[in-house]
Write a protein that binds this ligand. Sequence first.
Ligand code: Q9C
Ligand code: ZN
Length: 343
Amino acid sequence: MRVFYSEDHRLHFPQAELSGGQFVTPFERPSRLEYILNRLRERQFLDVVAPEAVDMAPIAALLDSGYLTFLETAWDEWKAEGMGGEIIAANVPARGMHMDRIPENIDGKVGYYCHASETAITQGTWKAALSSVASAQAAQRHVAAGANAAFALCRPPGHHATADQYGGFCFINNAAVTAQMFRDSGAGRVAVLDIDFHHGNGTQDIFYERADVLFASLHGAPQQTYPYFIGYADEKGRGEGEGYNFNYPMLSGTGYSQWSAALDEAIAKISAWGAEVLVVSLGVDAYKDDPISFFRLESDDFTDAGRRIGRMKLPTVFCMEGGYAVEMVGLNTVNVLEGFADA
Ligand code: Q9C
Ligand code: ZN
């Protein structure tokens, strides 16, 4: 399986993440990818290539133009306003306020385009986010050209980013761009399966009113974890999209027997629908020792999950999402890919 990876992810490394009222070293850090690359090499995934330049057209067509301009210019505006540190949202529109009037001041714009203040923007964030989605795009083209699978080793991750909001360590929704590119290249039915511990709110939102992209997500129940305000089982899609969104929220302490039963249900929906291609939002933060999550998957469970996904026999692009038990992230990720390849 070919792996697409760009060194430019390093351009995004905030000094700090707001966590529990303290500034801590971000959980989503560059070293995560070192662990993944090392395991890939050890397990003979040797076909690792840098993506070609990002293709802005599909991104501009799917996402909000004001949002993209904001991401591109935020750092310069922030500095021009005399702000001393990294960009952290402090003022967000709340109940009773205007949700649709965009402030002129950069501090206000940050609040408008952000949904969670743990995520900082730095000087290199835009370039890093573009390099991340470039890997997803290259993986999509590789599979559209006939490969049965590809792994986009994306960083920063993407599934929490909507068409016009960042947060949850995500800026551009790599999986959503990949799914849309499959539609554009002729696939009629595209499924996105999100196995990251957190609900893929961004991907859900982008495709919520569409019947051509099915979204299924396994995740921590929103009453107990981020993103808190979305991800319930009764969110099934709207309008044309009704019946094409499937959420499997699970409570703290969930282990593999329950998790894999949900995975089987999601897979059954995707297969019954007749999906032609699959995009997997591959987070490995369902792991038992993940520092910000509460499921109990073992490393071997990831191999089994990969096998179940592989049994669908669909052309598949994996996009890397979360996973913060850094020393195990590589093993758990490669286990999914190996299970998939063995299916
Ligand atoms: N104090 C992904 O896995 N909450 N994003 C962090 C830590 C945000 C996770 C709480 C978690 C975002 C791609
Ligand atoms: Zn996650």
